[in-house]
Design a protein around this ligand. Structure first.
Ligand code: GLU
Length: 469
């Protein structure tokens, strides 16, 4: 049997981390077993589905590199097929037309509630032999089995059983002729030959209804796995209040897809006490057996830790491809400075996000007209002038501009002036970067370049001279 999973988001809100984790688990399950992964957009709720939400799903899936083998399907393009199945069910008696008025249903509901019963349709039209005109408005209801129970062995949560008496005769087609959500899911899972449905636990109550419909249309019943919720650090369901945002916001905030994927896979799944998983490792090791039944708590610090790890452990050339976007956001023209892969090596250890790297790299590419006030107060004082003049001369004399020759120039300056390296290093750092924070000085100076470094030292000397006046 060919394993086939699907991710079936409704494009009604933003594509959040919970959805991304469900997509990842479905994708990994298929990839682990050499199966196929289907992407299907459940857009039958015409009022709430939006084009930007569809685009956010596509952008997020593409950015995370969760590729699909089949689809993209849209439920709104499959209405003919749903209607065909509805007609078939009507003719086989597994569904029936219901002509009950809103008022009757409301009275029924109120009476049931008053008796402390769970409101459900009483099946009046199921057994009725009344004749109705062809154009009389009606809904179509599924004829749910009236006794027995629905049992399924959830691959994460274990055996689950629902009594059929608790299940309503679900409306599968509305008065306006549009098919309803649970029904479309069933027809799709059947037509797309889905073998494993992996989705959020908020769908557990839909599963017995869907299984009954699948059986009624003679479809095989897939295996189900319901993934637990993600909570915020206050124990409440993760939401915007916790700063939970759409997947692409993580890109905007400077995360690498590898970091988010690693974070999400561990949010509910484990393999011993291992924390770092490459995508290949995830594909090899993932199994539903090790997915937790309990809710997971979102922890931004851990995500930052993973991002820092990946910035420094993935090939710098690759990290640079993701850095480009952030550099563009900062409006930096990188043609006159170090290559982006170089920048990753220079700033990666100091920064937890690509956004931080982009925000703190300006001095490699652009001259500045002001120094950080505190740094200048401390390090660009008159005593620093002779030091800067001396190091200027040494740097100007370098024939072969390398980190080693820069290092030697700084060292010789300190030796000749008989001062510690710091006494040379700090004024030079502030002169070249405008701040007192930068990566190791020799590589920084080297990356800034010879003529630019000399010009900035002149600028700093000028600044000191003006301060003295
Ligand atoms: N469209 C549903 C949702 O976005 C998922 C349905 C399913 O996976 O069966 O919650």
């Amino acid at each position: 049997m060919k394993i086939k999973t699907r991710f079936a988001p409704s494009p009604t809100g933003y594509f959040h981390v919970g959805g991304a984790r469900t997509a990842l688990y479905s994708w990994l399950f298929a990839r682990n077993l050499g199966g196929e992964f289907v992407l299907r957009i459940e857009d039958t709720d015409l009022e709430r589905s939006t084009q930007p939400a569809i685009e956010a799903i596509m952008d997020g899936m593409n950015w995370l590199n969760l590729d699909w083998d089949e689809g993209l399907y849209f439920q709104t393009k499959r209405f003919d097929r749903y209607n065909e199945v509805i007609d078939d069910m009507l003719s086989h008696g597994t569904a029936y037309k219901c002509y009950c008025s809103k008022e009757r249903l409301e009275m029924l509901r109120e009476a049931q509630m008053a008796r402390g019963e769970k409101p459900r349709y009483d099946g009046l039209c199921r057994d009725s032999h009344h004749h109705h005109a062809a154009d009389e408005p009606c809904v179509v209801r599924f004829s749910n089995p009236q006794d027995g129970s629905v049992f399924f062995n959830d691959l994460i949560r274990g055996p689950i059983e629902f009594n059929n008496q608790e299940l309503d005769d679900l409306i599968i087609c509305r008065t306006d002729g549009s098919p309803t959500y649970n029904f479309c899911v069933v027809v799709d899972d059947y037509d797309m030959a889905i073998t494993h449905v992996i989705r959020g636990e908020d769908h557990i109550n839909n599963t017995p209804r869907q299984i009954n419909i699948l059986k009624a249309i003679g479809a095989p019943v897939p295996d189900y796995a319901h993934v637990s919720m993600i909570l915020g650090d206050d124990g409440k369901k993760l939401s915007k209040r916790h700063g939970a945002v759409g997947v692409m916001q993580y890109r905007d905030d400077g995360f690498l897809p590898e970091a988010l994927l690693n974070y999400l896979v561990r949010l509910g799944w484990s393999h011993g006490d291992q924390e770092i998983f490459s995508v290949d490792e995830m594909k090899r090791l993932f199994s539903l057996d090790s997915v937790s039944k309990s809710a997971s708590v979102f922890n931004t610090e851990k995500l930052l830790w993973l991002n820092h790890h990946y910035i420094n452990h993935l090939p710098a050339d690759y990290v640079a491809t993701h850095l480009v976007w952030h550099i563009e956001q900062q409006g930096i023209d990188t043609r006159t400075g170090p290559q982006l892969s170089e920048l990753v090596k220079l700033l990666g250890t100091r920064c937890k996000t690509l956004k931080d790297i982009a925000a703190s790299c300006h001095y490699f590419y652009e001259d500045f007209s002001e120094f950080d006030v505190d740094a200048a107060k401390k390090h660009l004082r008159p005593v620093a002038a002779p030091v800067l003049q001396a190091v200027h001369a040494k740097l100007a004399a370098i024939d072969e501009w390398t980190p080693a020759s820069v290092h030697a120039a700084i060292e010789q300056t300190a030796e000749e002036l008989q001062v510690g390296m710091v006494k040379v290093g700090m004024p030079l750092r502030v002169a070249l970067t405008g701040t007192s924070q930068s990566p190791t000085l020799d590589v920084t100076v080297h990356a800034i370049g010879q003529s630019r470094s000399l010009a900035r030292i002149d600028f700093a000397l000028n600044f000191i001279a003006q301060r003295v006046q």
